[in-house]
Design a protein around this ligand. Structure first.
Ligand SMILES: C[S@@+](CC[C@H](N)C(=O)[O-])C[C@H]1O[C@@H](n2cnc3c(N)ncnc32)[C@H](O)[C@@H]1O
Ligand code: SF4
Ligand code: SF4
Length: 397
């Protein structure tokens, strides 16, 4: 039996056949792969171990044996961490093409008061969302950001701050955050291709200060059809200036952003370069040793979002779905979320016959939703399909 990997995802769907574990056996490229949806662990099973595995699935018990599976941590308890984005402001000092958080009242009206944000943080914490992503608009424009991060830290939440790097972050904020992410693309360009202003000195200073404060840090690069050929350039930049980078794929329904959507051909190239070259993460797909199984991307379960008005959404790319206001009618909002997730799980998906489904989890639900409904496959499917085909070749050929 070969260990593929262990990942930590908290999957909520319970498989009926397994009584106490959410384990399933999948046929993959003429091989059998055992998946534990409790923690994302996957293991390649050879013929001689099949009787044991079938027993495991029938009884759902892990005590009955197979030391090798235990050794690789197949039954380890998932930490089950859940993440929430909170958009503390709709104000911004930039105007990037296709920005998902741009709203019609941007920079025109006041933001939510601090008291409402505190209530929302309480709600998130009480419902198990202890990883808090502070975003916006530009969060550094909020004069009371220090109070917000300090309050969240007082509850021992894990805090990630995403900023555009244009404003100096005081130590009083840095000392309370765990991770600092600065959206930057190439810091050697004054403006990036999305119209983002880049202040190289300011950004590098923030990373230095983060380091001095023991805060983890990274640059976020948003990949679209316009800059997809520059991945190697970004990689060289990250080595030169000594900060890690992660990538996120651009997607927008905005008519003005059409030319930025990544074509099938480029998605294929991207998957290949991610697989073979880049150490950074794209869309949660990690290098080979971190393959894991999942039912979906985690929207409305492991990851949720609160927009700048306090409205709860299934994820930060789905602010057009309003599940209720967490700062006002929180009980309704949580109930709506639960109902929304149940409906989502019952939606028939175009992905249901795809052999990669148990690893891919049908891509990004926000993109499926953007293209019509949750039953449609992710319009960026070609990225996943290419990646998992390469994975099959790597593992089995
Ligand atoms: C909305 S911004 C808010 C925080 C801050 N103003 C900043 O720019 O980092 C957070 C991240 O979302 C990314 N983003 C915005 N719109 C996007 C889209 N349509 N597709 C993919 N990423 C997007 C931005 O590039 C940025 O890295
Ligand atoms: S800086 Fe951030 S919030 Fe502002 S427009 Fe750009 S992506 Fe959107
Ligand atoms: S998004 Fe594509 S690769 Fe992923 S499960 Fe759906 S059809 Fe398969």
């Amino acid at each position: 039996m070969l260990r593929l990997s262990i990942g930590f995802y908290n999957i909520l769907v319970i498989k009926k056949e397994a009584k106490s574990l959410k384990v399933e056996l999948h046929n993959y490229h003429n091989h059998k792969i055992l998946c534990n949806y409790d923690n994302g662990a996957v293991a390649l099973i050879d013929e001689e171990n099949l009787p044991y595995v079938n027993e495991l699935i029938d009884t759902g018990k892990s005590e009955i044996g197979e030391e090798r599976l235990k050794e690789i941590g197949f039954f380890e308890q998932s930490e089950g961490r859940k993440q929430a984005y909170i958009h503390v402001t709709h104000h911004c000092n930039m105007d990037c093409v296709g920005c998902y958080s741009r709203v019609s009242n941007r920079n025109k009206e006041n933001d939510m008061p601090l008291e409402k944000i505190i209530k929302i943080i309480d709600e998130l914490y009480d419902n198990g969302f202890v990883d808090l992503v502070i975003s916006g608009g530009e969060p550094m424009l909020r004069k009371d950001l220090e109070n917000i991060v300090h309050y969240a830290k007082s509850k021992s939440m894990n805090i990630l701050l995403i900023t555009n790097g244009s404003i100096d972050i005081p130590d009083s904020i840095l000392c309370d955050i765990d991770i600092l992410s600065i959206s930057l693309d190439n810091i050697e360009e004054e403006y990036n291709y999305l119209g983002r202003r880049i202040d190289k000195d300011m950004i590098l200073r923030q990373f230095e200060k983060a380091k001095a404060n023991g805060v983890l840090y990274n640059g976020i690069i948003t990949i679209s059809n316009q800059n997809i050929d520059k991945l190697n350039e970004y990689y060289q930049m990250s080595i030169k200036y000594e900060f890690p980078i992660t990538f996120s794929l651009f997607y927008s329904k905005d008519e003005n952003a059409r030319e930025y959507l990544v074509t099938d051909e480029k998605l294929e190239e991207l998957a290949k370069s991610n697989f073979e070259i880049l150490p950074g993460l794209i869309e949660g797909i990690d290098p080979l040793d971190e393959i894991c199984c999942k039912r979906d991307c985690g929207a409305a379960s492991r990851s949720i979002s609160v927009d700048a008005n306090g409205n709860l959404a299934p994820c930060h790319f789905m602010h057009d779905i309003n599940l209720g206001n967490l700062g006002e009618d929180s009980k309704d909002a949580w109930e709506n979320l639960k109902k929304f997730k149940e409906d989502l799980d019952n939606t028939k998906s175009e992905c249901s016959n795809c052999e990669h489904y148990f690893l891919c989890g049908r891509g990004c639900l926000a993109r499926s939703h953007s293209s019509g409904n949750f039953g449609f496959k992710d319009p960026y499917c070609n990225f996943y399909k290419t990646y998992y085909k390469l994975l099959q070749r790597e593992l089995f050929e």
